[in-house]
Ligand binder design. Structure first.
Ligand code: AMP
Ligand code: MG
Length: 412
């Protein structure tokens, strides 16, 4: 039997980061930046006020106190989006709002709280005779955000390799980038095999079951950052399987079912002779696995992972074997760091196999088995409660209350 680490290493060795493409900012979340981002403009693009208040000259206000206020004439205002405002001259103030351009000549902003004014909503400035009393001058602070204080035109804001999250996209937007060059998402074709499968929503005839793997795998591909392409499921025939694979048009193909030792396990029977290696992996669930690259018909080296059909095995196999492949294609490291949690209620583990136990969270953050019936790989409806997979190494022979386990999150 192959260890899980050995099998995952063989799987990720079949793939590499995909080429870069231009993407809209809104589509770039979760992608890896392929080209440096350079500021097109200064940020901020102009000097602007950090406060609602009055733009003034330092010499006019430096001695202002509550007891002996300074009175200035208000000559106009600058609001957010203003293109022009009166120049600040001695003895005068210009009303300013946060984010508004600082009027020419102004040396500092006096916050409204340090004046006699109160800014009622939409209150116009009294056209003649408007004035304001200044009670206090900020010491050493101008409350002016300077042009280019954040970045200047031409400055590199992000280097290739950065994972684009909300903060990175905010930085890109702030310097005027509307599109970025990023490693594209892999298209992952999903093919469920089995004569017994019926789409959810259809009536079940004797011997039939609902195809849950197509749904699970498509959702898992999306969660991992790929684009799922669900192929029409095929029965257990070589012709059907080969035709579906040839029409896959994907960066990676994932099949489910047909990989164990049954007479009609057609995936194994047909693909073992066509570049896929079928092995037993020391994991539970998910022991029978196939990986390789396909070279026939229109397929020219497309990587494939053949997962077992049992729904829990399929889900676990995706997380353990396919998700790292998707991450590598996205330009990411194959594994996310795992989190450690305390076990609230123990469970039985198999000897010499790394176990992936579906668990749910207790309100205190500890975990317990999600399924009453243990980790049986056919207990798919019980997965409704599962929030994570607890990883129990092959050499651990039991999991007890109070132990620490590592988790792969499968929800949220
Ligand atoms: P197989 O690997 O094809 O022998 O399938 C193992 C078990 O998983 C059988 O009980 C199948 O009926 C079940 N199974 C296979 N494919 C699916 C699927 N797409 N959805 C739900 N159950 C499946
Ligand atoms: Mg089958």
């Amino acid at each position: 039997m192959r260890s899980v680490d050995e099998h995952v290493a063989a799987a990720v060795a079949l793939v590499s980061p995909l080429p870069a493409t231009e993407v809209e900012l809104a589509e770039a979340i979760g992608l890896v930046l392929a080209e440096a981002v350079t500021a097109q403009v200064d940020s901020p693009p102009f000097d602007n006020s950090a406060m609602d208040g009055f733009a003034v000259l330092w010499a006019d206000v430096e001695h202002a106190t509550k007891a002996v206020p300074v009175t200035l004439r208000v000559t106009g205002e600058s609001v957010a989006g203003s293109e022009s405002a009166p120049t600040v001259t001695p003895g005068c103030a210009v009303r300013v709002m946060t984010g508004a351009p600082v009027p020419d000549g102004a040396e500092l902003i006096i916050p409204v709280e340090a004046t006699s004014a109160s800014f009622a909503m939409f209150e116009p400035i009294d056209a003649d005779g408007a004035s304001v009393q200044i009670f206090d001058a900020p010491i050493g602070r101008t409350h002016i955000r300077r042009r280019g204080e954040d970045v200047v035109t031409g400055q590199v804001v992000m280097q290739p390799g950065v994972l684009l999250g909300p903060s990175q996209l905010a930085a890109a937007a702030s310097i005027g980038a509307s599109r970025l060059s990023a490693i594209r998402r892999p298209v992952v074709a999903i093919l469920a095999t089995g004569d017994e499968l019926v789409a959810p929503g259809e009536p079940l005839r004797p011997g039939q079951i609902y195809d849950s793997n197509s749904v699970v795998l498509a959702a898992s591909v999306r969660r991992a950052g790929g684009i799922p392409r669900v192929l029409t499921r095929v029965g257990d025939t070589a012709e059907g399987l080969l035709a579906a694979l040839e029409g896959a048009h994907a960066d990676l193909i994932v099949t489910s079912g047909g990989v164990s030792a049954g007479v009609y396990d057609v995936v194994k029977g047909v693909l073992a002779e066509r570049g896929v290696t079928f092995v037993k992996v020391a994991m539970q669930p998910g022991k029978p696995q196939g990986i390789g690259t396909l070279h026939f018909g229109t397929l020219d080296g497309t990587p494939i992972a053949c997962l077992p059909g049992n729904p829990v095995s399929s889900l676990v196999s995706f997380e353990v074997i396919v998700a790292p492949m998707v991450r590598v294609m996205l330009g990411l490291p194959p594994h996310r760091p795992l989190e450690s949690v305390i076990v609230a209620q123990g469970w039985a583990t198999p000897p010499e196999r790394q176990q992936y136990m579906p668990v749910r969270f207790h309100p205190d953050g500890s975990v317990l088995p999600a399924t009453g019936g243990g980790s049986g790989s056919h207990l798919v409806a019980s997965l409704a409660l599962a929030e994570a997979l607890a990883v129990v190494p092959a050499d651990v022979d039991s999991v007890r209350e109070g132990d620490t386990v590592e988790l792969i999150r499968i929800s949220g």
